[in-house]
Design a protein. Structure first.
Length: 437
């Protein structure tokens, strides 16, 4: 499909979107039943046949699937095994192991179009010089955004991951590069800005004008800091390698979901029942155009709400509220349920460069140790402590100011729960030991 036509599909009448979804749904369910082990088995157990699925409402008859299904047997979710082209993996951040996602050429073409659409929605144009700092390799974001930027006709600097933040800053400063648009992980981008300022530079004077950040929930103060420090217009993207991608438009108020490609439902994570529009719940996806790894009523573990189809930008694809929480990441601390997003939102409201919040159990009690990279001050310590108490409903055991913070995992986790087993815990323990010495 041509990009122009694909972009135009974001402006279809809602009745036409539903008609298209239902046509594609009937076809893909039949295909899944005939070609995949996983979904045929699930449908047989639930006593449902492809003939039972005609409308969106009929989706409720289908059993759920999840990441665990794909982790356990990645090929069982694949339809067209004869035409596979490549695979990508996602790290098991939720402790459920690595997900392998298979693509046919056609699947990849669709993903590239989706990402081109995201970049256009985020304000990127063919005139941009795109600095892509997302990793190229098994992780799919770098490559799919590269191909998406190519599809819109932009010039690309394929930086990928580099050993240090300085290496990126040097590239951004290179007078022959002159990037105008940034793609990458928000916390890295913010950190490089701080590094540059500390060295006496001014990131807002760089040639960058816009940023598309993705890969983790972005609390409002983090976006504000990025925009202020770098002097860019920052848009947030959201995607899953097994599902698809979406991005904010000029309104910066939710992502336009790619409804022609994937049906999204919102359910109560406890009961599995659908919730009303505007209400929060777990996002459940059904892919409509892929034939490699299929996702049918796939529980994402991401929490959001549907915001409706009316948007001043004119796009009619339903908007999703910005993701704040992965349900798997919710933790009980001192008896209260809290998400890392809540803690990040509270901490970044203040003038800090970064932090690490360690949750641990000592003598049967929960303890919370917070390390902050900022100028040490008693007033700031008290402000942070009060903010955590108000928003996260627990008191930190201590807040310590440090000069450096460790990088915990590929995405740089800022909240680590040592009560849960993870290979990342060792890094935290080593860091805490080094601080004591
Ligand atoms: Zn819009």
């Amino acid at each position: 499909m041509e990009l122009k036509q694909f972009i135009q599909m974001q402006y279809m009448k809602p009745s036409e979107i539903i008609k298209l979804q239902e046509k594609r749904l009937r076809k893909i369910i039949k295909f899944a039943y005939e070609n995949t082990e996983l979904y045929r088995k699930k449908m047989k157990v639930a006593n449902v046949t492809p003939d039972d699925i005609k409308t969106i409402k009929d989706l409720e008859k289908l059993p759920f699937s999840s990441k665990a299904d794909i982790v356990q047997n990645p090929l069982a979710a694949v339809g067209d095994k004869a035409n596979l082209f490549k695979l990508h993996t996602t790290s098991g951040t939720s402790g459920k192991g690595e997900t392998i996602v298979y693509f046919t050429y056609n699947d990849w073409d669709h993903y590239v179009l989706q990402n081109a659409r995201c970049l256009i929605s985020a304000g990127f144009t063919k005139d941009d010089i795109v600095y892509n700092s997302t990793p190229y390799g098994l992780f799919f974001a770098g490559q799919v955004l590269h191909d998406g930027a190519k599809a819109i006709g932009a010039f690309i600097i394929p930086a990928s991951t580099l050993k240090t933040g300085w290496a990126h800053i040097k590239n951004i400063m290179n007078p022959f590069f002159k990037p105008t648009a940034f793609i990458g992980l928000p916390q890295y981008f913010l950190r490089w800005g701080h590094t540059w300022i500390k060295a006496g530079g001014d990131p807002s004077k760089s040639t960058l004008k816009k940023a598309y950040v993705l890969g983790e929930p972005v609390p409002p103060p983090v976006r504000e800091k990025i925009e202020q420090i770098w002097g860019v217009d920052c848009r947030i993207g959201y995607g899953l390698s097994e599902i698809g991608a979406s991005a904010e438009c000029d309104e910066k108020d939710g992502y336009h979901w790619c409804e022609d490609e994937v049906i999204v439902e919102v359910i109560d994570p406890q009961t599995g029942e659908p919730v009303d529009e505007g209400e929060k719940g777990e996002l459940v996806y059904t892919t409509l155009t892929k034939t490699g790894t299929l996702a049918i009523r796939y529980r994402s573990g991401d929490e959001s709400a549907l915001l409706g189809r009316d948007c001043p930008c004119g796009r009619t694809h339903v908007k999703l509220r910005l993701i704040e929480t992965r349900l798997d990441d919710l933790m009980k601390v001192k008896g209260t349920l809290v998400s890392p997003y809540t803690i990040e939102n509270a901490m970044f409201a203040y003038d800090i460069e970064g932090f690490l919040c360690v949750i641990d159990k000592v003598e049967d009690s929960d303890v919370v140790r917070i390390y902050v990279k900022a100028q040490e001050s008693k007033a700031l310590r008290n402000q942070l402590s009060d903010e955590i108490k108000t928003t996260a409903k627990f008191s930190p055991t201590f807040i310590k100011f440090v000069e450096e913070l460790p990088q915990i995992g590929r995405k740089g986790r800022r909240v680590v729960d040592l009560r849960k087993k993870s290979p990342l815990n060792k890094l935290v323990e080593e860091f805490e030991k080094s601080i004591q010495n």
